[in-house]
Design a protein around this ligand. Structure first.
Ligand code: FAD
Length: 280
């Protein structure tokens, strides 16, 4: 385990914004994670930080990074247990190596496996839970539990894990044979064309309201290209807020509020954030 005091958080969020955390802890296995969760309060679990906006200034939050819990344990017959900290792209690489299929539509999502499981991330009609058979979590009583998928509640970008603030330690998948390389390449290319990958961002800022696309609603409200300080509604993808260089946390918060108000006034629809915001 590694513990850093007064740790600068900017590089741990894909928005490249973040103040100074009281403590930043890297755990290497489930025992260390359990120990820390029992000992510390006001903790926040961090995967790859690709969906997390972190406040500026001094932060009382204790951040726990799971990046070192990144094992892949192949149990045979397409059953694979994966540590929550594993970069999702490494799972896709592994699937290619083993000729496993089922998650190709998600290729290019920059999160960790734990981050994707936490919010049932997905793309192009596939969600991570489509291929999961069980998840190992630490619950609100700091108990380690393995839960079968059929005993877990989840839907579009929502899981019981997120609602109950559980920690994902590992996920077990069941894959069939037949990796689809061309699907992975197609979606990676599409992302490089349709996402502002050269500027710091957190992916889709808002969930898609039922029957609508947030990006379309933002265009209709005339908000694409809108700027607040160093924050901008991306000209490449209007559901992305980008950091033009020197954006402050408050710039991002303000632009989000202005988009919510603008869309509500124009269309009557209330947008809801998909990104996670860490304040003190
Ligand atoms: C360019 C870009 C494109 C994206 N495209 C998509 C997309 O197509 N589909 C999609 O769904 N998302 C997309 N995202 C968003 C993001 O990549 C996903 O939400 C991903 O699941 C976040 O994973 P992470 O490890 O980065 O999470 P983090 O940002 O580190 O954390 C996000 C939330 O998950 C929690 N969390 C992380 N790990 C765990 C864990 N092990 N246990 C419990 N809680 C945990 C954190 O506490 C936090 O609340 C995109 C982001 C970017 C920047």
């Amino acid at each position: 385990m590694k513990l850093y005091k007064n740790h600068i958080m900017k590089e741990h969020s894909n928005m490249k914004i973040g103040g100074v955390a009281k403590e930043f802890i890297e755990v290497e296995n489930r025992d260390e994670l359990l120990e820390i969760l029992k000992e510390k309060e006001n903790t926040f679990i961090l995967g790859n930080g690709t969906n997390t906006l972190i406040a500026d200034g001094d932060l009382e939050t204790i951040f726990i990074s799971l990046k070192a819990i990144d094992y892949i344990d192949d149990k045979g017959n397409g059953i694979v247990e994966v540590g929550a900290g594993l970069d999702f792209s490494k799972l896709i690489d592994y699937m290619e190596e083993k000729n496993y299929t089922g998650l190709e539509n998600l290729a290019g999502i920059p999160g960790s496996v734990g981050g994707l499981v936490f919010m049932n991330g997905g793309a192009h009609g596939t969600e991570i839970f489509d291929k999961i058979i069980s998840v190992e979590v630490i619950d609100e009583n700091n108990e380690l539990r393995k839960i079968k998928k059929e005993n877990l509640k989840f839907s579009y970008r929502v899981t019981e894990i997120k609602e109950k603030k559980w920690v994902v330690v590992s996920a077990t998948f069941k894959f069939e044979e037949g990796y689809l390389k061309e699907v992975v390449e197609k979606y990676k290319l599409k992302r490089s064309e349709n996402h502002p990958l050269n500027e710091p961002n957190l992916g889709s800022t808002f969930k898609n309201p039922e029957g609508h696309f947030s990006a379309r609603l933002i265009i209709e409200a005339g908000l694409q290209g809108k700027r607040v300080g160093g924050a901008e509604i991306s000209m490449i993808h209007p559901n992305f807020v980008v950091n033009k260089g020197e954006a402050r946390f408050e710039d991002i918060i303000e632009i989000i509020e202005e988009v919510k108000i603008g869309v509500k006034n124009k269309t009557g629809i209330q947008l809801e954030e998909e990104i996670i915001i860490v304040r003190n």
